[in-house]
Ligand binder design. Structure first.
Ligand code: UT7
Length: 332
């Protein structure tokens, strides 16, 4: 009997309209367009403005459009997994709100918190539910409203992050396509270098935590950079080796968009030229769990059935990993 795999049968991204440019950031913190572009590759990022708008807004837009373009009835969705570190609220799960917003009334849903690697974790988990035969249609969302936890007085973080995300539909196949393999890692000893100090159970919100600006993402950039370069490159090389893939076998690298220098180092280690590397950091910045589906969405029209694709990410936790997949369809 042929093995059942999970294949991506559609992808859709969504970003808010407001564009925060490097020029505007120059008026907010002591930085320059030149520094940001050369050190990170980011030129602009999107910001979700408006009262009472959380990450679910991004997810609902992406999933609604995904359902439309794949001709899927929301009532046929079995499960929605949302990867995010900026949930609408601590509970209920943002995935619950997305499911309600798109009319997926027969599904159940939950969130995954694995920061920038969240989409890799969620895609791996969603695929397992398909492979076991338990579900037929699973939606995996990766989305973050990073502007809700970014300190726009902190030039070390506000220049990289932005809001946005996307979603994929997973369905079963017995063809030699789909999610082939994944390598996932985490190491909680990395927490001191990338975290949010207050607002959780350890340090609930008080006047003091707010005055001390502890409800924002804290990052020790250069330390995270070193771990990111090493681990993202290594896990990408490892998944190629494990699956006997040479550089020329790989059609695309889909790297987490945190810093162009990290992306270049990963591609170098894999022996992959820039023409095979998905890149949109210049227009969206780092959308945390949103970067990978946003890349797939931007490059969808260039992907062909059977293309070997490596997705790779590194982020808060620390968490990191890579997925090897064979693309499921030709451009429509
Ligand atoms: O997505 C989750 C995982 N996150 C990442 O992978 C991010 C990893 N880290 C990075 O991408 C980089 O560390 C940053 C982009 C955050 C910072 O770049 P860096 O090259 O590591 O800079 P740095 O923190 O080592 O700072 C170098 C210099 C410092 O000045 P001095 O001490 O050399 O005079 C900083 O004060 O650059 C200065 N600096 C800035 N200057 C202008 C730091 N931020 C800025 C800024 N504008 N925005």
């Amino acid at each position: 009997m042929k093995k059942t795999r999970a294949v991506i049968t559609g992808v859709q991204g969504w970003v808010p309209d407001y564009i925060l440019t490097n020029r505007e950031l120059e008026t907010m913190v002591d930085t320059s367009d030149e520094w940001i572009v050369t050190r990170t590759g980011v030129k602009e990022r999107r910001i979700l403005k408006g009262e009472d708008k959380g990450t679910s807004v991004i997810g609902i837009h992406a999933v609604n459009e995904l359902l439309k373009k794949t001709g899927t009835d929301p009532k046929d969705i079995d499960l929605i997994i949302c990867a995010t570190v900026t949930p609408d609220m601590p509970f209920p799960a943002t995935a619950n709100i997305i499911a309600d917003g798109v009319g997926a009334t027969k599904s159940y849903s939950f969130d995954i918190s694995a920061a920038c690697s969240g989409f890799l974790y969620a895609l791996t988990m969603g695929s397992q539910f398909i492979e076991t035969g338990m579900h037929k249609k699973v939606i995996v969302v990766g989305a973050d409203k990073m502007s809700s936890i970014i300190d726009y007085q902190d030039r070390a973080t506000c220049i990289i992050f932005g809001d946005g995300g996307g979603a994929v539909l997973l369905e079963p196949t017995t063809e030699e396509i789909g999610v082939m393999d994944s390598l996932l890692h985490s190491d909680g000893s990395g927490a001191p270098y990338l975290h949010m100090k207050a607002g959780g159970s350890r340090r609930p919100a008080t006047y003091e935590t707010i005055a001390a600006r502890e409800h924002y993402a804290f990052q020790e950039g250069s330390t995270v950079f070193k771990f990111a370069v090493t681990n993202m490159a290594e896990v990408s090389a490892n998944i190629m080796k494990k699956n006997n893939l040479a550089s020329e076998d790989v059609a695309w690298l889909v790297p987490h968009q945190a810093n162009k220098r990290i992306i270049d180092a990963t591609a170098n280690r894999m022996g992959i030229g820039p023409e095979k590397v998905m890149l949109n950091i210049e227009k969206y910045g780092n959308t945390t769990a949103g970067t990978l589906p946003l890349c797939l969405w931007d490059y969808e029209s260039q992907l062909k059935k059977g293309d070997n694709i490596i997705l790779a990410a590194f982020g808060g936790g620390f968490t990191w990993g890579a997925i090897y997949l064979k693309w499921g369809y030709d451009p429509k």
